[in-house]
Structure formats: C-alpha cells, structure tokens
Design a binder for this molecule. Structure first.
Ligand SMILES: CC(C)(COP(=O)(O)OP(=O)(O)OC[C@H]1O[C@@H](n2cnc3c(N)ncnc32)[C@H](O)[C@@H]1OP(=O)(O)O)[C@@H](O)C(=O)NCCC(=O)NCCSC(=O)CCC(=O)c1ccccc1C(=O)O
Length: 264
C-alpha cells in the first residue's frame, strides 16, 4: 500500500473497499495496551475519512484470539497509556459507533473482557467455529459497564447479560449466535472468504444510506454513552483498591484470586 502508515501494535490494510485493522499482539492473545488503542483510533480515523473505503474490519492476528481486553502485564492499578484508566478505551469504543461506515468484528478466537466489548460494539460480527466469547471482569478485578453491560443486555437480553458478567462462563461461537451476539459462524478456513463476501456486498450499497442507517441505530442506544463514561470513572476508583489489584496480580501470577482478604 502506498504511504502505508507506520504502526507497531496493529496492521492497517485496505483490501478493495474494506479497511482491515488487525491487532497484532498474538503473544498476549491480542490484548491491548495504551499504544494499541492509540493506533486503532488513528486507523479508524483514516478509514472513516477515506471516501474509497466502504466498511471496516476489526480482527486479531493469528488463530487464537480476536482480542482479550486490557494487557494485564501493562496494568499496575492503571494501564500504561492516556485517559481515565490509562487507556483511551472510551474514545475507541465511541469511535467504533461514530465512524459512519459499518464495522465488522472478525472474531477468530477468544473475544474476552474488553475484546468482547469491542465485538459487541461492532455493527456486525462474524466468528470462526473455534471462537469463544465471554467476560472475566469479576475474576480479574475489573468491569466495563455501559456499553459492556447495557448494550450487551439489549443484544442478548438482561438475564443472559448478567449471567455472562457474573458467572464468566465462556460462550462458544454457536451459543453466541443463538443469543444474537454473532451474526454468522463459519469454519476458520472460510472466515476470510465470508468476511470478504460481506465487505464486497457493502461496497455495492449506497454509502450515504448505510451511514444514515448506522446513525439511526446508534441514536436509539446512545444514552448508554453517558453510563459508560460514568462507569469508566468508577472503574478508575476501583483499580486503586487492593481488591481489584488482587485480581490483576492473581492473573499475572497464574493463581486463583483471594478477593475476600481485601474487601474494605
Ligand atoms: C483469554 C483466556 C480465556 C485464554 O485462556 P487460556 O486458553 O487458558 O490461555 P492463557 O494461558 O490464560 O493465555 C495464553 C497467553 O496469553 C496471555 N494473555 C491472555 N490474555 C491476556 C491479557 N488480557 N493480558 C496479558 N496477557 C494475556 C496469558 O498470560 C498467556 O501468556 P503466557 O506467556 O503463555 O503465559 C485467558 O487468558 C484470559 O482470561 N485472559 C484474561 C483476559 C483479561 O483479564 N482481560 C482484561 C479483562 S478486564 C474486563 O474484562 C473488563 C474491563 C474492561 O473491559 C476494561 C474497561 C476499561 C479499561 C480497560 C478494560 C480492559 O479490557 O481491561
């Protein structure tokens, strides 16, 4: 690609009329640090402002993970970047909704924690048969309320959303599809062809009609943005507690957390 922007944590490619944003941190199952989100924000602005781009695909490198949320090795009571919790996560989440083009989550493995929230926020989700969805916040001393809870509840229903957040079971791609969290499931080897079929179809549709449709869906659920903002400030206070830090330490030390020793 001519004048391809230099990125370290992601790969940005324009394939036909589709911009692909690939989180390229497979050693940590495509978990994001501050820099990853900065680059994803830049890439979304590039794609959003490129009049030749009809749709945007977000995915992870390799066949293990789409994205597993915040990088726990870059989390010491706060993450390592800018923003309320050391990650411009609210900016990225808002941008996935605001960019006036359909955003497709290409889920090729684990979509866990903040990774599941990103997939939830995308307009469409296509998953490979090996994909797994879930939330782990209460296991690792975190939560992502707002988009992560309320938008999820709109999609899968209130009881199921509570179950996902409270019990933290992993959902298979087929289960996720049965709850409406996923539009389509295909074998891993057919994933790219299926994504390209969608992006080719979207490239034949009127971009202005698609942009208005996206804005209309957003308008109905945009009150959740305020809840997300409030919750991000709440999670900042929570990250400062020994109870939350026990969750992060336990994950990094590969042991079970002992939250009840730290409840204040
Ligand atoms: C994804 C797993 C379920 C996979 O489990 P398993 O198959 O048993 O493999 P593991 O051995 O656990 O993992 C393999 C390998 O990858 C590393 N890794 C995986 N995920 C992460 C991560 N997020 N950060 C850093 N490293 C990661 C793991 O350490 C292993 O490395 P080795 O070198 O091979 O040992 C499982 O891995 C899992 O549950 N991961 C944890 C995911 C996690 O904790 N994510 C953050 C969740 S926070 C949240 O859910 C709510 C909050 C939130 O979304 C949010 C809100 C505001 C700001 C930020 C966030 C945010 O997302 O953090």
């Amino acid at each position: 690609m001519a004048n391809a922007p230099a990125f370290e944590d992601i790969i940005y490619e324009v394939r036909g009329r589709a911009a692909w944003i690939i989180i390229n941190r497979p050693k940590v199952y495509n978990a994001f640090r501050g820099q990853t989100l900065e680059e994803m924000i830049r890439a979304l602005h590039l794609a959003g402002n490129d009049k030749d781009v009809a749709s945007i695909v977000i995915t992870g490198a390799g066949d293990k993970a789409f994205c597993t949320g915040g990088d726990q090795s870059a989390h010491e009571g706060n993450y390592d970047g800018r923003g309320v919790v050391g990650l411009p996560i609210d900016e990225l989440q808002g941008l996935i909704r605001d960019v006036p083009k359909p955003v497709i989550a290409r889920v090729n493995g684990f979509a866990i924690g903040g990774g599941n929230v990103l997939a939830t926020l995308c307009d469409l989700t296509i998953a490979s048969e090996n994909a797994m969805f879930g939330q782990v916040g209460p296991k690792v001393g975190s939560f992502d309320a707002g988009w992560g809870t309320c938008l999820l509840a709109r999609i899968v229903g209130d009881k199921k959303a509570r179950e996902i957040w409270y019990l933290n079971d992993r959902l298979s791609a087929r289960d996720a599809m049965s709850y409406g969290l996923v539009n389509k499931v295909v074998p891993l080897e057919e994933l790219d062809a299926a994504v390209t079929q969608w992006t080719d179809t979207l490239a034949e549709r009127s971009p202005t009609a698609l942009a208005f449709l996206k804005r209309s869906f957003n308008a109905d659920s945009d009150s959740i943005r305020g809840i997300s903002n409030l919750a991000l400030h709440a999670v900042k206070l929570y990250y400062a507690t020994p109870e939350s830090q026990e969750g992060v330490n336990a994950f990094n030390e590969k042991r079970k957390p002992d939250f009840y020793s730290f409840v204040e």
